[in-house]
Design a protein around this ligand. Structure first.
Ligand code: MG
Length: 254
């Protein structure tokens, strides 16, 4: 076997960085934890979550989810590893609560089309149960821009419409930062970054307050940094699969 050349593992004679206690290439700076990354999904099958994710849905059960009364989630568990909205049974929410996080969700809209605009494949992903990333069949389906899929509903349209046809799987990768309140006052709004099918559609957008329909949002009701993840029953048989979340305590490395 060829000899491996040994090179410096860092330095202790370099300048201190302006935004931290560490030097440039600091030999003592803690190494980030090792994580096995996720694998990509195909249309036919789900990928695998990263090693440090909390798996919220992998096709085996709805145990991580509750219905509106706190009882079992009443949505349909399908044989192919997806779950499906059971219309008019209500939203479902995680039993665990989350704050700052990276969230991965896959969804597909029904192939049977019975309405247009907001009546076609409508669902939603609500961070903290309050801040909606819209789920909608936006494929050749005109509707208001801030109600398109991957819109921060009622506030920020996506930068592009990355929709695939109904029946195909979509991927949302979301980074969420909880709003911060102190003494009942807003200190920092919520921020959201969203990739839709691999395309950046929201880049650290400041959110104006909990999602509203036909009115302005505001932060008039202060709340804690965590809440359940909620999936919306808007009456359409939208499917979900491969849902995982990584709580992020701090967005900067030490
Ligand atoms: Mg919705």
């Amino acid at each position: 076997m060829a000899e491996i050349r040994q090179l410096p593992k860092g330095y202790s004679d370099t300048p201190v960085l302006p935004d931290s206690q560490w030097r440039v290439h600091d030999i003592d700076r803690p190494a980030p934890p090792l994580v096995t990354p996720p694998t990509f999904s195909s249309q036919e099958r789900s990928g695998l979550p990263p090693s440090d994710a909390i798996v919220l849905f992998d096709g085996s059960s709805l145990n991580a989810w509750a219905g509106r009364d706190g009882g079992p989630a009443a949505w349909n568990l399908l044989a192919d590893g997806a779950m499906e909205v059971a219309p008019r049974t209500g939203n479902i929410q995680t039993r665990e609560t989350f704050g700052n996080c990276q969230l991965h969700v896959e969804w597909s809209a029904p192939t049977e089309i019975t309405a247009d605009s907001q009546g076609r494949g409508n669902s939603g992903v609500f961070l903290l149960g309050l801040y909606e990333v819209q789920v909608l069949d936006g494929y050749d389906n005109p509707t208001y821009a801030d109600g398109l899929p991957a819109a921060i509903y009622g506030q920020h349209p996506p930068l592009v419409n990355a929709c695939v046809p109904p029946g195909h799987w979509h991927v949302y990768d979301i980074v969420f930062e909880s709003p911060v309140f102190a003494a009942g006052e807003l200190v920092s709004p919520a921020y959201m970054t969203v990739f839709h099918n691999g395309l950046i559609v929201q880049h650290r957008q400041a959110i104006q307050g909990p999602t509203q329909h036909r009115r302005l949002a505001s932060y008039e009701d202060p709340h804690g940094p965590k809440g359940p993840l909620v999936l919306q029953d808007h009456g359409d048989r939208v499917r979900f699969r491969n849902i995982w979340i990584r709580p992020i305590e701090r967005f900067s490395a030490t």
